[in-house]
Design a protein around this ligand. Sequence first.
Ligand SMILES: Cc1cc2nc3c(=O)[nH]c(=O)nc-3n(C[C@H](O)[C@H](O)[C@H](O)COP(=O)(O)O)c2cc1C
Ligand SMILES: CCCCC(=O)C(=O)O
Length: 330
Amino acid sequence: MNPVYDDFFAGGAGEERTLRGNLAAYDRLRIVPRVLRATGDRDLRTTLFGTDLATPVLVAPTAFHLLAHPGGEVATARGAAAAGTAMVVSMAATQPVERIAGAGGPLWFQLYPQPDLAFTAALVKRAEAAGCRALVVTVDSPVFGRRERDLRNGFTDLPDGLACENMRDDTGRVRNIEMDPALGWDRIGWLRGITGLPVLVKGILHPQDARLAVGHGVDGVIVSNHGGRQLDGAIATIDALPAVVEAVGGRIPVLVDGGIRRGTDVLIALARGAAAVLVGRPVLDALARGGADGVRDHLRTLTADLDHVMALAGAKRPAELTPDLVAVAG
Ligand SMILES: Cc1cc2nc3c(=O)[nH]c(=O)nc-3n(C[C@H](O)[C@H](O)[C@H](O)COP(=O)(O)O)c2cc1C
Ligand SMILES: CCCCC(=O)C(=O)O
């Protein structure tokens, strides 16, 4: 891949402390397995917002898939569908959501609420009409993170011929995605009013924000630091998860992303109370290397790895994974 795009996909904000920290935090955790639990008939199926999935591993929203592979987001969606899981389509996708929906698998739509409310409402309706089953509102981006690799490389725009296709307005012009520093909880209420879709907020790290999310009628929270691309120095997501799960108290599902690379990482996240996890960069790497089949194989391999380590840890179902199975390494 073009090294400039490679840096865009792989990189994070600032010193990339949080990017590294997401991975390092899993490295400090260990599994305390149970034995003699007859784990022969394992079942990883997971239901989220009424959608049945083959696995608790979903595809995180990531921008610009046509930079990774000529099949773009459509190829990613085909891979996710073949693996029996959902893809969260980024608002910064390089293909129209209607075409991505043609892949046939379950989709959720990720939104950066725009200051132009009429445009935002039209985009939500468009995603809904395309068949997206949930809205994922990214709340960790009041301003854009300072990505030093991109600054060094001068990567500021998509190359000619590529565009954020879902940002076209009714004149056919592609709008720039604006990060809105004025965004507040009132906008979440407004979104709940304009859509019947479940609304998740993505980018929660503080338990008090998790409580506020529940209080504002949100349907799910995603514990995320945007893969270390926004606030460098933010807490690792697997470290933030337990307090968020406690604050939510089982009222809505809590999902988590950031640094999930192996079945053991998924196991630990589920044991700490996540209903499911999302994977970002590994899916982009799989897309770049192998298109739709690469994405399918990656998701299947990660799921098979989870299945294997669940057997070794004494669990048949995700629900049997509980916090006592996780210890902090000495
Ligand atoms: C190249 C790239 C683009 C991303 N684009 C978006 C985006 O458009 N919207 C969003 O909410 N998150 C975006 N994210 C963040 C991911 O949804 C997710 O939080 C993060 O990648 C998870 O960490 P991981 O890459 O370690 O799995 C992006 C991440 C990457 C790596
Ligand atoms: C305007 C594109 C935003 C993509 C994004 O969220 C990311 O690169 O992390």
